[in-house]
Design a protein around this ligand. Structure first.
Ligand code: NAD
Length: 498
């Protein structure tokens, strides 16, 4: 480490916390712009050590009774809840979410641990007696071996918790590669799992960027890869890992449409839209980043929406003393990219109805801030309409009817989420039936699924077959064995007579 003030960022391999051999990128406190840690740069050597540790731990862990594996998760859930405030503070510090948002994200993560606690029930197989005379058939679900998780910056705790609790509860061992922008919270999560009684090697952590990821994708002992991040990287992960014979689930980026019909409740729609667009500073794959106002809906909601956006207080999230409504973006470069997309929209003819560029946070002048921004009159051909913005920017498009709105949403290359605000059952039904998205909201702005349902992105929002979370994830982390049994010899009576 360069400075004693930096938070250490060790690797975790085979149950040991390991000092990195070199460092790659800075980890910021985005509220102030200060560097708070350096993320180690890992390559083939670190990856090999971690995968070998996971492979060595697999036979004993696979044979540990599933109820014992679940008990580890029960203890873990308790410890995560006990250290809830520390985890929230860490997410807010390294990512910039407000404490309220951090709490929400950790709760979503806890729900995933709870789902994993139910693994003894999730692993039930099927049986069919007498499929032929005196022949029975049963299916059992068995773990794969070493699984890998590669996670993005925007949910430092929740996304890792989507993956390893269920993977290890199913009997796999795991190597986690957190985002190099937010590697610190995941270390607290691992520390708590260690405290819960994690056997050595069952969960390992490596750090780094592309070199580290590519070593994981190439390692012959890795059986499955769970990925969450941007679409181009998701596609790279999917293509490379499947070519190397691995199972892959790769969640990508998104552009989520929120259709507001003229009969929608204006106040509630505005409140939900503002939360969907500006919550987590728009840095979430389920952000409602494009509103399609149908007919008179624009006149009915836009003025209140602009008022709502202007009232959002932006500020630092790294101190519990004064929490704002919205925190900073992850880096200065990302803030500048988002501001650049707003400028490109303006240049292409859109109107900035609420401008968050140049927002000032006097007690943290070097933080990576951008205020809530509304860009009206966006057309599909514009750059800002096509690219994932991933910031507190709401695009507003105007359309004449529901058909036009659905068609526009369906032309997107993504397919993560889509919502409609209306008081009409038939309009809602038409929308949910026809819209091209895996997660649909009806009068719900952020229809992100909870732990018991799969996180069902479509098209460029997902590469793979079995999604993260829920029963699909249980299938992803297991392989089925079907056993057909016939016993020769005498009847049961012969045995009992002896
Ligand atoms: P990212 O794709 O830049 O990085 C994700 C992970 O991939 C990181 O761990 C990173 O180290 C690694 N990585 C980056 N470039 C790589 C490369 N060229 N080769 C191999 N690995 C590479 O994503 P991000 O900026 O950290 O996160 C934001 C993105 O994640 C957004 O697009 C967002 O929509 C998406 N996201 C999707 C979901 C979902 O469930 N669909 C959830 C959260 C975030």
């Amino acid at each position: 480490m360069k400075s004693a003030n930096l938070t250490p960022c060790p690797l975790f391999i085979g149950g040991e916390w390991i000092r990195p051999s070199g460092y790659g990128s800075p980890v910021y406190n985005p509220s102030t712009g200060d560097v708070i840690a350096e993320c180690p740069v890992g390559g083939a050597a670190e990856v090999d050590a971690a995968v070998e540790a996971a492979a060595a731990a697999f036979p004993a862990w696979r044979d540990t009774p599933v109820v014992e594996r679940a008990r580890l998760l029960f203890r873990y859930r308790h410890l995560v809840e006990e250290d809830f405030d520390r985890l929230c503070a860490s997410v807010s510090r390294e990512h910039g979410k407000t404490l309220v948002e951090s709490r929400g994200s950790i709760y979503r993560g806890i729900e995933n641990i709870e789902y994993a606690c139910g693994t003894p029930s999730h692993l039930f197989g099927d049986t069919l007696e007498n499929i032929a005379r005196n022949v029975d058939c049963e299916s059992v679900l068995q773990p794969l071996g070493v699984c890998v998780g590669i996670t993005p910056f925007n949910f430092p705790a929740m996304v890792p918790l989507w993956m390893y609790p269920l993977a290890i509860a199913c009997g796999n061992t795991f190597v986690l590669k957190p985002s190099e922008k937010v590697p610190l919270t995941s270390l607290i999560l691992v520390e708590l799992l260690e405290k819960a009684g994690l056997p050595k090697g069952v969960l390992n952590v490596v750090h780094g960027g592309r070199e580290c990821v590519d070593a994981l994708l190439a390692h012959p002992k890795v059986r499955a890869v769970s990925f969450v991040g941007s679409s181009p990287v998701a596609k790279h992960i999917y293509d490379t890992a499947t070519r190397n014979g691995k199972r892959v689930q790769a969640n990508g980026g998104a552009k989520n449409y929120v259709v507001v019909m003229p009969d929608a409740d204006p106040a509630r729609s505005v409140e939900a839209l503002a939360t969907a667009a500006f919550g987590c500073a728009g840095e979430r794959c389920m952000a409602g980043s494009t509103a399609i106002a149908v007919g008179s809906a624009a006149e009915r909601i836009l003025p209140q929406l602009v008022d709502a956006a202007r009232s959002i207080k932006v500020g630092r999230t790294d101190t519990p003393m004064s929490q704002p409504d919205m925190g900073p973006l992850i880096t200065g470069a990302h803030r500048d990219r988002v501001a650049g997309l707003v400028a490109s929209g303006e240049k292409e003819g859109a109107t900035v109805a609420c401008d968050g560029r140049g927002v000032s946070v006097p007690d943290a002048p070097n933080g990576f801030y951008l205020g809530a921004t509304i860009v009206d009159g966006v057309r599909e051909s514009m750059n800002i309409a096509r690219e994932e913005v991933f910031g507190p920017v709401l695009n507003v498009m105007r359309m004449d009817d529901l058909d036009q709105a659905i068609d526009a949403a369906n032309r997107s290359s993504y397919g993560n989420g889509a919502s409609i605000f209306t008081s009409s059952g038939p309009a809602a039904r038409e929308f949910k039936h026809r819209v091209k998205a895996g997660m649909v909201g009806i009068n719900v702005g952020v229809p992100a699924t909870m732990a018991m349902f799969p996180f069902t992105g479509w098209d460029a929002s997902f590469y793979g077959d079995l999604h993260i979370q829920g029963r699909e994830a249980v299938q992803f982390y297991t392989q089925q064995k079907v056993v057909t049994t016939r016993w020769f010899g005498g009847t049961v009576d012969d045995v009992w007579k002896k």
